[in-house]
Design a protein around this ligand. Structure first.
Ligand SMILES: [Zn+2]
Length: 249
């Protein structure tokens, strides 16, 4: 595109980096599923025109101008601010964890129409959640859904190595459940119960409305979210600091 041209796109703000005294580089997920960066000039000025519209988790209608190296935000109008996600610490930590995963699973120039609506629904679900268990389940479902979409669907019905249906362990590195015999040759294969396997399978298929309505005990949720963390770190092949922080508090 020639310099000086403008174009519109919707985006969800995933990350902000300070640039100089007053500007911010925004990383956002565009509605076509690709990841973009753009400079929001003056967005660090207190009370500045752009500050509130370019905050983390905001869903924004951007008008972008082609810059020398990075595009520049010419206009930004809020579609959804997701205010709750910035005012409640637990919700903020949960949403930070989700946008961190979104950042690691989207790429410049790689369109994927699944990613934006999913992230938008997940951020709304976090706003709608009232309990820690609901927040944990939302993250767990998001991790397993997005990675399944990108080719890392956990195999849950039979041992990934030998196909035996009598399974008792879970190995992120191997891609799902394994039997006791195969597990003895696999490092870090965690014990898993049939109930926990059923929950993982259910979360892959449930809508977020259904997830917000489930009753589940704390212990099971804690185990499921720990598996989601291992699954994400293994298949995104990176450290997830916001996820680590969420699990630590
Ligand atoms: Zn086996």
């Amino acid at each position: 595109m020639p310099r000086g041209r403008t174009f519109r796109t919707k985006g969800i703000v995933l990350h902000k980096t300070k640039l100089g005294e007053q500007d911010i580089i925004l990383t956002f997920l565009a509605d076509d599923g690709s990841q973009h960066q753009a400079v929001a000039k003056g967005a660090r000025k207190p009370g500045g025109r752009l500050a509130a519209r370019c905050d983390l988790f905001c869903e924004v209608d951007f008008l972008l101008a082609q810059g020398r190296s990075l595009n520049v935000v010419a206009e930004a109008s809020l579609i959804t601010s997701h205010q709750v996600l910035r005012t409640n610490l637990e919700h903020m930590s949960c949403a930070s964890c989700v946008v961190e995963i979104a950042q690691h699973s989207s790429f410049e120039d790689a369109r994927d129409s699944f990613l934006f609506p999913l992230l938008s629904r997940v951020l709304l679900a976090i706003e709608q959640a009232h309990t820690t268990e609901q927040l944990d389940l939302i993250i767990t479902a998001y991790v397993f859904k997005i990675l399944a979409h990108q080719g890392w669907r956990a195999q849950l019905d039979a041992c990934v190595v030998c196909g035996d249906s009598d399974v008792s362990r879970f190995s992120a590195a191997m891609g799902g459940v394994v039997c006791e015999s195969c597990a003895s040759h696999i490092e870090g294969a965690e014990l898993i119960t049939q109930t926990e396997i059923k929950w993982l399978d259910a979360l892959l298929h449930m809508t977020f409305d259904q997830i917000l309505a489930v009753q589940i005990d704390k212990q099971t949720v804690l185990y499921l979210i720990s598996l989601a963390h291992i699954w994400a770190v293994t298949h995104l092949d990176c450290r997830l600091r916001a996820f680590e922080y969420y699990l630590s508090v």
